[in-house]
Design a protein around this ligand. Structure first.
Ligand code: DC
Length: 232
């Protein structure tokens, strides 16, 4: 069973010597914006873990292979190294996102990226704390995180946000195809055998369907402050 294999491959959960905020949720739920704002508010470092999967997906595409090819995907993950460059603008393209959600189902890819993510969580550059956002941060990568958040929003709302964002970046896109793409990625991320997207035990559930970014941030802070022991 792939999930069990991955659990065995993992080193023990890190000892949480610095506070970690784990944020999970589906594509375009608002978790990235929330993660960035929480990191800024607390002076923590932020890792958008989706970029790691996108980097693997893009490397597979650049090598002319199929992201569903497990051998090509695991070779690309191993070649990523300890400090991958996550600044390539092509990582933001939907081609990278779709490839990412395919390579993300490969156990060897997840095992390779797990080490990178745990290293970051245990040793963030600031030394103050870390915010990681993704799909399995609270369930697998940092199950002992000080605060775990699971962010959701209706798929139509997420598709509309994504569609507007793409239009704002100058892309001509059809809303229905954005919606269809999100549904397919949701299905792949939540139905895969290994580390599927789901709320972690003890996670706060935040539904951002009808909240703007400021309200969502305020709500998240009200939940996170008490558990970080920084209230008042
Ligand atoms: O968050 P994102 O859209 O950039 O993520 C791209 C893909 O990477 C997503 O479809 C699933 C995968 N992913 C994952 O499996 N686990 C993570 N922690 C982060 C992303």
């Amino acid at each position: 069973m792939p999930g069990v294999t991955c659990q065995k491959l993992m080193s023990k959960a890190h000892d949480m010597s610095v506070p970690v905020i784990a944020i999970d949720g589906p594509t375009a739920s608002g978790k990235g914006t929330l993660a960035r704002r929480l990191a800024t508010a607390y002076g923590f470092d932020w890792l958008d873990t989706g970029l790691l999967y996108r980097a693997v997906g893009l490397a597979v595409l650049d090598g002319g292979a199929d992201p569903l090819d497990a051998n090509a995907a695991s070779a690309a993950a191993s070649a990523l190294g300890h400090a991958p460059d996550l600044t390539d603008p092509r990582l933001r393209l939907d081609t990278a996102a779709v490839a990412a959600s395919k390579v993300a189902a490969v156990p060897a890819v997840r095992a390779a990226l797990l080490r990178l993510q745990r290293d970051f969580a245990a040793n963030p550059p600031s030394g103050a704390g870390a915010v990681l956002d993704g799909r399995d941060i609270g369930t697998v990568v940092c199950p002992d995180a000080a605060a775990k958040l699971f962010v959701t929003a209706d798929v139509e709302v997420r598709a509309t946000r994504r569609w507007k964002e793409l239009q704002g970046r100058g892309f001509t896109v059809i809303y229905e195809s954005v919606l269809d793409d999100l549904k397919q990625r949701d299905a792949r991320d939540s139905q895969r055998a290994i580390a599927p997207l789901k709320p972690a035990d003890g996670a706060f559930l935040l539904d951002f369907t009808s909240l703007d970014a400021d309200s969502a941030f305020a709500h998240a802070i009200s939940l996170v402050e008490p558990v970080l022991g920084r209230a008042g």
